[in-house]
Design a protein around this ligand. Sequence first.
Ligand SMILES: [Fe+2]
Ligand SMILES: [Fe+2]
Length: 245
Amino acid sequence: MQMELLLQPIRNFLRCETPKAWLEQVPNQLHTILIDHANCELKAAQAAVRMLKLYGPKPVALACLDWIKPYEDAAYGRTAVAEFLQLPITRPNFTRYDDPLVEKLVMLIREELHHFHQVLTIMAARQVDYPFQSSSRYAPTLHRQCRTHEPARQVDMLIVGAYIEARSCERFAAMIDYVDDELAAFYWSLLRSEARHFEDYLALAQSISDTSIATRVQQLGVIEAELIKAEDDCFRFHSGSPTET
Ligand SMILES: [Fe+2]
Ligand SMILES: [Fe+2]
């Protein structure tokens, strides 16, 4: 019941559910999912850092770049995962930020890096390697839709962020019945921690726009749903409906 309450706003926001054919692939593709999930958590943190670089105070952006570097080193194979997991958890070297955009983005970075660490811990315990794995078409296609003039570009980036967050939560909930108990508990914990991220992104998007963002939310939502429903020959965390093999 608690899950239904968390999921209702997400389902209302998204225009389609994850196809059953995608879910049925999950048990056979667990390593692919774990690796892509780790990458997605890091990319979520990187997207927030990119927003800070573009629109936040420079010292905060630079501090965040330093903060995420050890995580990027692990993701790009510059540090072995076992070594990375021994490192102390880093914190940004600044404490005050009065701007709501900065505050929200720093909070998102902290959460996403924590999730990245959690996924790598689970992978290490299961002896799942962390090789390079290409990403799906999903996020790059959505990012290509962003308009190029300001403030429309920033509004679109935030709306795309909202869709990626919402879809991730919808998938965590849907995957619970297709994975083992440890992963099911992990996905449930992520759902609780991430369920409102999409609303944070939408609120930020609306806060920087003089007009209603509703039409743009709807346009991008149609494209997002199409990426989820259309056939996709590359199975990933955010991929579309698997092609018949
Ligand atoms: Fe996350
Ligand atoms: Fe998130």
